[in-house]
Design a protein around this ligand. Sequence first.
Ligand code: FAD
Length: 288
Amino acid sequence: MLLPGHPDWAGKMGEYWEFGEQAAQEIAHDFASGPLDHYETGRNDMAAEDSSRLSPYLRLGVISPRQVWHICADKGAKTDREIYLSELGWRDFSWYTLFHNPHLPDRNLKTQFDALGWRRSRKDLIAWQKGQTGIPVIDAGMRQLWETGWMHNRARMIVASFLAKHLLIDWRQGEAWFWDTLIDADPASNAVNWQWVAGTGIEASPFFRIFNPLRQTEKFDPKGDYIRRWVPELARLPDEALAAPWEAESAVLEKAAVTLGKTYPKPVVSLNEGRDRAMAAYRKTRAS
Ligand SMILES: Cc1cc2nc3c(=O)[nH]c(=O)nc-3n(C[C@H](O)[C@H](O)[C@H](O)COP(=O)(O)OP(=O)(O)OC[C@H]3O[C@@H](n4cnc5c(N)ncnc54)[C@H](O)[C@@H]3O)c2cc1C
């Protein structure tokens, strides 16, 4: 097998991923006879392992989308199955879009956004890349990516929105980081999804849709399991303080051994101010 040896830069990946065609087949069959049955809700629970996790195998051609389709074809509840199969469709749609728009990874599809005044902040970009933004759900997603080479889809949407909207950093910087770090990095899916979140692409979410990291945590990590796993320095905080530690009473922080600015960063941006700044910048592109 062609595995790196000196140095073994991919060593950790072996802890999280099994390699080879047989592994991909087993993962697909286990998914089809298990989590597929509740995929509609399970796929949004960031702590659960309820999506198929087939993306690296699909990306690398270890399993084909047609094989996955047939393995799932008569399995699970109808609605859940249909939603799952439609996700395979998004993958193909992304390739269709890239084929017709070869500059998708580096140009806004909606050219009105070429006038958008992105911020250049290396400090904020690095905080985002390293999972040190001070916003727990963002840091959890970015650390899961760094550690495992994969990030939950819901988390991908939240961290991408945070970069392009709250931090107002060019989505291409985020796309490039994902390209370097994702084990399933795919030129089509990565670019289509980044442009979708940034509001600059095809079938894009409207520019004024800005994911609120706190509401997203409430909905998709209600018990804080995802945050506790990937941001262990906050693990002892009570559930109600976990999403926004900067709002917690100092006695609560002290009891959980959390010192903001020392054991865990203060937020790089106020969520309200970041949101307002993004709205203003995006709106300006309509006037120009
Ligand atoms: C900002 C951003 C960047 C992304 N970059 C990539 C990327 O580089 N490579 C990649 O494969 N996916 C990417 N995605 C899509 C999605 O997050 C992953 O495909 C999914 O999380 C993979 O996990 P899974 O196999 O458990 O997915 P499941 O939920 O089990 O879905 C099954 C398969 O459908 C396909 N799929 C699911 N969602 C999407 C989607 N939104 N767009 C296109 N195909 C999809 C994937 O091949 C996936 O393996 C990105 C999403 C976002 C928001």
